[in-house]
Design a protein around this ligand. Sequence first.
Ligand SMILES: [Cu+2]
Length: 299
Amino acid sequence: MDRRTFLTGASAIGAALGLGIRPLDGDLTALAQATPPVTPNLFADLGLPEITVTATADSYTVSESSISAGRYLVHLVNQAPVEVYAAFLQLPGGTAIDDFSALLTDPATVEPPEWYYTTFAPGGISATPGEESWVVLDLPEGVYAVNSDVPEAGLPAVELEVTGEALADLPVPAATAKVDMVEMMFHFDPPIVAGSQILEVTNSGEQMHFFTLASVPAGTTVEDFMGLAASFSGTPTESSLAFDDIQPYFDTANQSPGTTAWAALNVDPGTYLALCFVPDPATGAPHAMLGMVDVLTIA
Ligand SMILES: [Cu+2]
């Protein structure tokens, strides 16, 4: 269910970024991923209950199957050979986890189910092969599909039942960087800096959003990105940015309007694109193509 493939289809640069598709020659060579530094668990002192999600080449497991509503530290351990997510979404009534898994793992699936961008999604985090990552999520009552969000991983989703009401007085992670997402922009305050930090990710908008950082060469501009993106739809471009210049670096999962999640982020100094590829329901265009893209110079 990689939103860059299953969820946006092959219609956009998002698909190209996610899969390493070269639109001009059709070569499916995997895109080299920049190697982020190891991210420590910055939430250990909060005393939050923990959910461990472990991915291997052929299994995807969640340490809990039934929990009380509340704020959780999600620990993703990726022993699979591809990047995977710990992504959470509520299954609509009547949708069986096996049916969702079948969609998730079917390489022929190119369109998400209609409910995908309107169901409740509290967020999530990815990890590169061999790495671990941490994110704090609020999980209200409901039946969730915890999933790898990557069809290439071929891993089934896992059902997680959440019951009851969360306590009112929950520990709040001490974020030193914040990103707010609305249509169609990011607002960074305080900004992301180099090194380890807690990044608070809030969706104040009306559509689903997520936050992705991709490494790009110094001097890259939004216009470079838009020019490259235009070339994917057949428009000749003068962009100095090449497809191979964009390297996935840090990914959060879909978040519904009104949600906040806290991710542990460790980032090297450099130049990055902030991107969201959730498709706009009215046009089908990924949010990045509608302006939800920024260049961040992180020092
Ligand atoms: Cu968005």
